[in-house]
Design a protein around this ligand. Structure first.
Ligand SMILES: [Zn+2]
Ligand SMILES: [Zn+2]
Length: 299
C-alpha cells in the first residue's frame, strides 16, 4: 500500500489535498490518504471489471430464471455501494499497520531469502492459505448464529450477476477478505506481488458470479468456478470454496455443479423457453428458443 500511497501522494494528495508542510508519516495524513485510495480503488475495480463481465461474459438469459429478482442488478449495485465504504474502515486500519512497517512485505528482489523461487512459492502459498481460511470463514458464516445478520444479504441473490460479487454485509465482506490481509503479516511477500494478487482475487470474486459455467476439462476437478459458486447461492450448503474445490472435498461439502450435469440454471431457462414454445402457437418462439440455446454456456 505504501507504493500506491507514494504514487497518489506525488500526483494528487500534495499539494491538492494536503499542504506540503504536513509530515508524510503523520498517522492522520496516512489514514485519510488510505481511506481515499481504498474507497476509490474498490469502486474502480468493482465497476470496471463487473461491468465488463456483465456485458461481455454474463449470460443475460439467466435473468429469465424464476429466482432472478425484480430489479436485481440495480439492487446488487446499490447494496455494494453502501457496503464498500463501511468495509474500508477496518481494512484501512490493517493497511495502516502494513505501511507503518508491521508486516513482512518487502520490496527488494534477487538475493536469498527473497529470490525468484521464494517469490513463486509465495504466490502458490498465498492462494492455498487464503483459499483454506476463506473456506472455514465462509462455512462459519453459515452457522445459524451468524448467518441471518451477517451472511444472508449475499444469499438474497439466488442467481447472481457479476454485480453481486461484492454485495456483502460490511462485516461479511471484511471477514472474508481477512485472509488476504493476514498473509503478509505471517509470511514474507513482495509488495508488487501482493498488490497484483489483491487485484486478481477481486477479479476472481467477480468471475465466480459471472454465470459463465465453463471450466477447462483438465481443471474441472480442481477449480471452484462460477458453476460451483452459483450452486452455492442456489443450494446453500455446498461449494463454500474460493478458487479450489480442495477444502470442499476434504470438508464433505463438495457438490458437482448442476451446470456440469445438464440441470443448471441456464438449462432450466432453456427448458422453460422450449416448454413455452411447445405450448404456444406464436411463430417467433422457435427463433427465441434457438437464440437462448445458442447463448447457453453450460456444458
Ligand atoms: Zn455463503
Ligand atoms: Zn457469492
Amino acid at each position: 500500500m505504501d507504493l500506491v500511497l507514494g504514487v497518489a501522494d506525488y500526483h494528487f494528495f500534495t499539494p491538492y489535498v494536503y499542504p506540503a508542510s504536513w509530515p508524510e508519516d503523520s498517522i492522520l495524513r496516512q489514514t485519510i490518504s488510505l481511506l481515499i485510495v481504498t474507497n476509490l480503488g474498490a469502486y474502480a475495480l468493482y465497476f470496471f471489471f463487473a461491468t465488463l463481465s456483465y456485458y461481455f461474459v454474463f449470460d443475460h438469459s439467466l435473468m429469465k430464471h424464476p429466482q432472478f429478482l425484480k430489479n436485481q442488478v440495480s439492487r446488487e449495485i446499490k447494496y455494494t455501494m453502501w457496503a464498500l465504504p463501511w468495509m474500508s474502515l477496518p481494512t484501512v486500519s490493517l493497511f495502516l499497520l502494513e505501511i507503518r512497517g508491521f508486516s513482512k512485505l518487502y520490496d527488494h528482489l534477487g538475493e536469498p531469502p527473497h529470490g525468484w523461487v521464494e517469490l513463486a512459492g509465495s504466490v502458490v502459498s498465498f492462494l492455498f492459505f487464503t483459499d483454506m481460511l476463506i473456506y472455514f470463514i465462509h462455512r462459519g458464516l453459515h452457522h445459524r448464529l451468524l448467518y441471518k445478520n451477517i451472511h444472508k444479504p449475499h444469499h438474497i441473490w439466488k442467481v447472481p450477476t457479476p454485480f453481486a460479487s461484492h454485495a456483502f454485509h460490511p462485516v461479511d465482506g471484511f471477514v472474508q477478505s481477512l485472509p488476504y490481509h493476514i498473509y503478509p503479516f505471517v509470511f514474507p511477500l513482495h509488495k508488487v506481488v501482493y498488490l497484483t494478487l489483491y487485484v486478481l482475487v477481486n477479479i476472481w470474486t467477480i468471475s465466480i458470479h459471472d454465470g459463465d459455467f465453463r471450466v477447462p476439462r483438465a481443471l474441472k476437478p480442481f477449480i471452484n468456478g462460477s458453476a460451483h459458486h452459483t450452486d452455492h447461492h442456489l443450494f446453500f450448503d455446498y461449494n463454500y470454496g474460493q478458487y479450489f474445490t480442495l477444502w470442499d472435498r476434504i470438508g464433505g461439502s463438495f457438490k458437482n455443479p448442476s451446470a456440469f450435469e445438464g440441470s443448471g440454471p441456464l438449462n432450466y431457462v432453456k427448458k422453460m423457453a422450449e416448454e413455452k414454445c411447445n405450448g404456444s402457437v406464436e411463430s417467433n418462439c422457435e427463433r427465441d428458443g434457438g437464440r437462448q440455446g445458442a447463448s447457453s454456456k453450460a456444458d
